[in-house]
Ligand binder design. Structure first.
Ligand code: ADP
Ligand code: MG
Length: 597
């Protein structure tokens, strides 16, 4: 099983609150205003809550007769000499505010989280779509889907937790400040011990985090193993090695299970321990205050209540932080992937391209690994309307050549000139309109035939689509479909579209934008003889109208071409008129001989 990319982020990096915030920050940028409102509302709610607690204790003391005077001062509000009923009404008012603030806060938290999810999805997907073909083509199957679902759902969760934690932190702060104002000594003693408590719990949080990370990686390995088993099902059956694969997956699953148990246990036990330790701290604090001797009983009572509440909030902060810390690896990975895509962003700027009269390859060299050249010093000059066949054994660089032509890859040495100017001078958008592509196995997406030919180019008119179907020699067959152009051509074709028709629809798709150059990478290799001959007719009819580059193995398809280029190990070994090259080039002579056998 291949090691998952998640492990890159799983190094034993520390993630304290600052680290967690740093990881979450990029996903919260758009929510700064909401977060500010949230903390202000939370702080106000905290003060209001402190007021409620103080008023309750005072009222209770008045009611029980322990204290005759109700001398209450709430910040700027002097409530001295008020009746118990009035005090309770004020408390009820404050409580109503606390409830409203909670309601508002919850809405803000939900908004922040939902926004983080949509925006991160959008930006990651946009970054991927804007990345170079190098990066896109190397993408492990399912990887982006994984990032988009698993990782980004965690981004939403983290945003939720960060917002929740922030709100709780400010409520905690407000209660603490209130406590300090009322009885500095008691508040200070308790606070000191809470801080001590935090440091006692640090090592345990560290263990929980490491376990969570290991569990993330193991889960990814397992998913990958299962995906691999599904995609290789045919081979696994044919070799009858199902049991071995099951054993492998079972082992991975056992790993996941034990790591899951460990990380969940630590995640559960931590808050429980903390809660009880916090009560212990309050007891100890009270003992300390008691030993120091206290006169203001009402104040002390209120402070204790405030600190008990404050501890609840501090626990929320702790839990939120823990949750965020657990999810930091997912965030980091999502961000790293986005950065990787963005770093490979394609430069789309350049001059508009009016038309392609001449294409020239001059010493074009391309290597995938910087070592072995897939194309080596390729020279070729093609005039408008020519049909050029590219032949050569498998792995000789034909597809690479096409990808350079499509500007999916840029040569490391040499250059491609269009009308005598470097191709890079022209904007990519214009290039893609002028140079159209038909892949080896054209794919249709789920949508109608019309949608498929239009292919996300809303400016193409129905007339242009009809014309393209006509030129691709598939219009008649499409008209014969039950719903014509509106026939659904789902991924599997729904049985309606045959392989040969699909390939001609892909040619129609390429032709619809009225390109100057048509690039076909083995358009007939997956087809039967009859479909192949239909495609050949299509290509013959297009000859002269558009410049064509056709990679082909079938000699009959090649016979459409004016000229042939033979590529071997990335080097052009022959160029010339089709008949001539067919008759003299050893590779083709051999191919002709094999075809006749
Ligand atoms: P052809 O289309 O003639 O079969 P390709 O252009 O696909 O040949 O491949 C040319 C060479 O480049 C081969 O040696 C192939 O292994 C290598 N190659 C092709 N694609 C990649 C890639 N994405 N990464 C690394 N090497 C590649
Ligand atoms: Mg190829």
């Amino acid at each position: 099983m291949a090691s998952a990319p998640g492990s890159r982020t799983a190094g034993g990096r520390r993630s304290g609150p600052i680290e967690a915030w740093r990881a979450a920050r990029p996903f919260l940028g758009a929510s700064s205003r909401d977060l500010v409102v949230l903390v202000v509302v939370s702080a106000l709610a905290g003060f209001a809550e402190a007021g409620v607690l103080l008023l309750i204790v005072r009222s209770a003391l008045v009611v029980t007769g322990s204290d005759g005077t109700a001398d209450v001062v709430l910040g700027p509000l002097d409530l001295s000499g008020m009746s118990v009923a009035t005090l309770l009404w004020v408390a009820a008012g404050l409580l109503a505010f606390v409830i409203a603030a909670r309601f508002w806060g919850s809405r803000l938290i939900a908004t922040v989280s939902a926004r983080a999810l949509t925006q991160s999805r959008e930006s990651v997907f946009r970054a991927f779509m804007g990345a170079s073909w190098d990066v896109q083509s190397e993408e492990r199957s399912g990887h982006l889907q994984d990032i988009m679902s698993t990782n980004l759902e965690r981004v939403a969760l983290v945003s939720l937790q960060v917002a929740t934690g922030l709100a709780a932190a400010f409520q905690f702060g407000a209660l603490l400040v209130s406590g300090v104002v009322i009885d500095p000594l008691a508040a200070a003693a308790i606070l000191l011990m809470v801080v001590a408590l935090f440091f006692v719990f640090r090592p345990v949080s560290g263990m929980a985090r490491r376990a969570a990370r290991a569990s993330v990686d193991a889960k990814r390995d397992l998913t990958h193993g299962i995906a691999e088993a599904v995609s290789m099902a045919e081979e696994i059956r044919a070799f009858d090695v199902g049991d071995a694969v099951v054993a492998q997956v079972e082992a991975a699953s056992a790993d996941v299970s034990s790591l899951h148990r460990r990380s969940k246990f630590l995640a559960k036990v931590l808050p429980a321990l903390y809660q009880n330790a916090a009560l212990l701290v309050i007891l100890a604090g009270l003992l300390a205050v008691h030993a120091a001797g206290v006169e203001d009983v009402a104040g002390l009572g209120a402070v204790v209540l405030m600190l008990v509440r404050a501890l609840t909030y501090s626990q929320v902060v702790q839990v939120s932080h823990q949750a965020v810390a657990d999810l930091v690896p997912y965030l980091d990975e999502a961000r790293e992937e986005q950065a990787r895509y963005e770093a490979a962003a394609v430069d789309r700027t350049g001059d508009p391209l009016e038309g392609i009269e001449r294409l020239t390859f001059r010493g074009v060299t391309y290597s995938y690994d910087g070592d072995v050249a897939a194309l080596r010093s390729v020279d070729l000059d093609v005039a408008r309307g020519e049909a050029v066949g590219i032949v050569g054994p498998s792995g000789s660089g034909k597809s690479t050549f096409m990808q350079v032509l499509l500007r999916l890859r840029s040569p490391q040495e040499g250059e491609m000139l269009v009308n005598g100017r470097p191709a890079e001078d022209f904007a990519l958008g214009g290039w893609s309109e002028r140079v159209a592509f038909v892949p080896q196995e054209g794919r249709l997406f789920s949508g109608t035939i019309r949608d498929n030919v239009r292919f996300h180019r809303p400016w193409l008119t129905d007339e242009e689509i009809g014309d393209a179907l006509e030129r691709a020699h598939v219009a008649g067959e499409v008209a014969g479909f039950p719903r014509g152009w509106d026939t659904h051509a789902g991924e599997r074709g729904g049985g309606a579209v045959s392989g040969g028709q699909r390939q001609r629809l892909c040619i129609a798709r390429a032709l619809a934008g009225r390109p100057d150059v048509l690039v076909l990478d083995e358009p007939t290799s997956a087809l039967d003889m009859r479909s192949e001959s239909l495609i050949r007719d299509t290509l013959l009819a297009l000859k002269g109208e558009v410049t064509m580059f056709v990679i082909a193995h079938r000699l009959s398809t090649l016979s459409v071409c004016d000229r042939l280029v033979v590529l071997e190990k990335g080097v052009v070994t022959a160029v010339g008129p089709t008949d001539e090259v067919m008759a003299t080039n050893p590779f083709l002579v051999d191919a002709v001989r094999l075809a006749r056998r």
